[in-house]
Each structure stands twice: as C-alpha cells, then as structure tokens.
Write a protein that binds this ligand. Structure first.
Ligand SMILES: Cc1cc2nc3c(=O)[nH]c(=O)nc-3n(C[C@H](O)[C@H](O)[C@H](O)COP(=O)(O)O)c2cc1C
Length: 209
C-alpha cells in the first residue's frame, strides 16, 4: 500500500505555523493522488523524544538479543520511528528554521533514526544507507530569506544538513520547498501572500508527478 510519512516539527499549532499549513497541503494532495493510501502522522513537537544519554548510547551498542528490558524500553521510540521510515515510501517533513538550522525536536528525531545496522551500515567498509527507493520532501519556513544569491544564503544550514543526513541513510531523492520571509507578517504582509509561492510549489510538484 502506498504510504506517506507526514512529520511536523513546529512548536506552533495549526493556523499559526507556516510549515504545518504546507505539510497539510502536501498530505491532502498526496491523498488525492493515492486513493487508498496510508498516511502515518508524527507531530514531533507533541512527543517526548529522549536525547542520546550514556544509557541510550550503551543500549544501541548492545546486541538486540542481549538487551535488557530497560534498554529495550529506552529504544522503543527509536524502533518505532525507524519502522515508520521503512513502512513509508515517501516522506514529507515540515521544518521551521530555528537559529539557522532544524528545530531541536527534529534533531532529536534524527538522532533516534540514524542508527548503525538499522538505517546505515559500515558492512562494506564504506558507509551505506539502508533506506532504498524513498523520496523525501522538506517544507521549510524561515522568518528571513536565504535563497541562493541573497546576502544570507550561507546561513541556511537546513538544506545542506538534511540533504547530507538523509543521503547518509540512503534517502538521496530529496526535494526542498522554502517559504522564506514569514517575518513579513509582522510588517503588515498578509499570510496568504507570504505562503502562496510555497503552496504553488507544492501543488506544482503533484502536477509534475
Ligand atoms: C526559536 C526560534 C528560532 C528562530 N530562528 C530563526 C532563524 O535563525 N532565522 C530565521 O529566518 N527565522 C528564525 N525563526 C523564525 C521562524 O523560522 C519562522 O517563524 C517560521 O515561520 C517558523 O515556521 P513555523 O511557522 O512553521 O513554526 C525562529 C523562530 C523561533 C521560534
């Protein structure tokens, strides 16, 4: 069954968050084009995601057969997040820019899913991503504008980071849509005007597919 993994990471709610509006539009279009498809939804802002503590690191380096019940419990959410990545063929991820990078909840999720012999392997001596034939779309919102050729372009750490980290686990088919300049809302520009180019880009991606 075609399956979409839909992830939001903005601390802001529906109606306020720009990225949530973009991912909702993407998911609606995806449902239209995949009747009978399944959508797995993860709202990272509302989830308790453990950080990698010493105990957590020890757990991931303990062979599964030897893991204690406490270690299994510690890794439960990681196993669930990784299962999402395998079950879905396509991912859409809302990414609000926080201090030029991804929000901490999304970083915690990444720490839970980038795991040796789960999503990448050093089996052949060189790192190899284990997620095959997956496609990811990242819908990014930022208060400022970081488009290529603009003065702050090099401050956008999101796109290079996500391209590399997803590529590392095998997801090389990555698309990025940027809704830059959301801070214009504070200077009287209305929300639909700010979001329109990104919404158009999402809709166009479905026409092209
Ligand atoms: C903690 C925090 C840090 C932020 N850092 C930046 C930043 O470095 N650059 C920027 O352009 N906007 C920054 N912003 C503004 C957000 O990127 C902007 O409000 C965007 O619309 C957030 O997406 P959302 O509406 O889906 O939450 C920051 C916002 C917050 C809450």
């Amino acid at each position: 069954m075609p399956t979409l993994l839909h992830i939001d990471s903005s601390p802001l709610g529906q109606g306020t968050s720009f990225t949530r509006e973009l991912t909702a539009e993407f998911a609606a279009r995806w449902r239209d084009t995949h009747p009978g498809g399944k959508v797995i939804y993860r709202d990272l802002a509302r989830l308790e995601i453990p950080e990698p503590t010493a105990e957590w690191v020890a757990a991931i380096f303990t062979h599964e057969a030897a893991q204690s019940e406490a270690q299994k419990k510690l890794l439960k959410i990681s196993e669930e997040f990784i299962a999402d990545l395998y079950e879905a063929g396509e991912y859409v991820i809302g990414v609000p820019m926080h201090n030029f990078s991804v929000p901490s909840k999304l970083k915690l999720w990444i720490d839970q899913v980038v795991r040796r012999d789960k999503t990448f392997s050093y089996g052949t001596g060189i790192p190899e991503g284990l997620l095959i034939d997956k496609k990811a779309t990242f819908l990014i919102a930022s208060g400022g504008v970081y488009d290529p050729g603009t003065p702050l372009a090099s401050y956008d750490l999101i796109e290079p980071y996500l391209r590399n980290v997803f590529g590392f686990i095998g997801v090389t088919d990555c698309s990025f849509v940027h809704a830059g300049g959301t801070a214009k809302l504070m200077y009287g520009v209305d929300r639909p005007t700010i979001l329109q180019p990104a919404l158009d880009a999402v809709r166009t991606s479905f026409q092209a597919a």
